[in-house]
Each structure stands twice: as structure tokens, then as C-alpha cells.
Design a protein around this ligand. Sequence first.
Ligand SMILES: [Zn+2]
Length: 258
Amino acid sequence: MPVDKNSPRIYNAGMEQEEKIKKLAEMLKNARHAVFFGGAGVSTASGLPDFRSPDGLAGRKYKWPFEIMLSHEFFFAHTAEFYDYYFKELDLPGIKPNAAHLSLARLEDAGMIKAVITQNIDGLHQAAGSRNVIELHGTVSSAHCVRCNRKYDGEEIKRRVPLPKCDCGGLIKPDVVLYGESLDGTAINRALEELEKADLVIVGGTSLAVYPAAGFLRETSGKIAVINKEAVAEDRADIVILGNIAEILPCLLYIAHR
Ligand SMILES: [Zn+2]
């Protein structure tokens, strides 16, 4: 287990993982308004790549780094190449929710989780049955025409590649926030509202050091629990559980819900 000597408080090395999950289950049961804040690690068990790990998009061999290929400018300048990348790496066929998504949906059904705020764009929380989902970076599930703003289903793009055009002649762009674009204001406000109300935020599958997670988590005065496969430097965390979120959340659901 990696240990960050600068923030020893969060690595409660004497405490077994199961004890920690039990403690988090207790926190969840006592919470009035618990919110889940998730990142790429929630979807990796579904077979989607994360961004920055060596197995993720950062490690793939392309002419340009992913920050370029997924940028606003690249979309307009190299649309066909953008879509080639998009359907090879981001919007993959046959992707299904994993045990983490399903557990969160069950926790929402049980009234124990009020909202899921996600940095992911794969739509898997909704596919799992979560209802109050806030997608900070948009979604692959829908798209729009950049000229007339007509709405399209994400699937429609696939039928029109390599250069998906609207009937008006404008390009169809997925409702995903690209590099160089700002987050959707409505999503930000909904997320902030949930975080302000929250007395417990469970952060999963993300490094808190990276924008925008770090900024958003400053907006809560609630307790913070972190579930991540690698240690995270977050001295605000009240509890950190290191491990696979697709294994930990089902345990949490089981313990909290019995
Ligand atoms: Zn149009």
C-alpha cells in the first residue's frame, strides 16, 4: 500500500479494509444527504480506459496526445479523425454498467444516495438505473447540430460518420465537453447545489488532485470518503479505502442495506 508521509491521517494503516467499509456504511446510514462524486475509475471495470494511467488514453499511440484529439479545435479541424478516435477510445460498443454503477443505483433506490455527480461521459449510471445523475463533462448518449442546434441521439452519429452532418448541413457534435470548452453551467449549478446540501460525499475512482474534482470538493462542508485504487493526497478525507471500486461498492451496499 503506498503511503504518503505528508498526510498520514488518511492512511489509517492499522485498520483493515473491511473495518473501513463498515465504518463508511455507518457514515452512510447516518447521513442525511449523501452524494457520490465519481471519476474514470468507476468505468474502468466496464472496459473503458481512464485518461492518465499508463493503461489509459495517455498510453495509447496516436499522432497527437489525447488532450489534442479531444479538443474543440481538433473536432472542427479534423472531424473525421476526431470521430475515428472517439469511437475507438471513448464511445465503445457493448459497454455495460459494472458492479459499481449497479450498487450506486441500488443505494439511490434505498434512499441512501441522493445524487451521482460524474466526470464520465459514458451514460453507464443511467444504464444501471441511477436517476439523479449530473454529468459534468456531458455525455456520449446525445449530440447536437453545431449550426441549427437540432438534437440527435448519440447512436445517430455512428450512422453518419466519418463526417456526420445534420440535414441543414451543419456538423453533428456529441454533447461531450471537449478540451478547450467550458463545463455546462446547468450541470455545475446542480452539482454545487448537491455538494452544498451534502453531509457525506463519497468520492470514487478519481484522483482528487485533478480539475475539476478538487474545486468541486471545496464546496462541501460534509464528510469526505474516498474509494480509489491508488492513494490520493487529500487531507480533507475523513476515510480513504484503497481498492477496486467495483468490489468495494457492492460490499458497502451489502453492509449498509442489511
Ligand atoms: Zn442542423
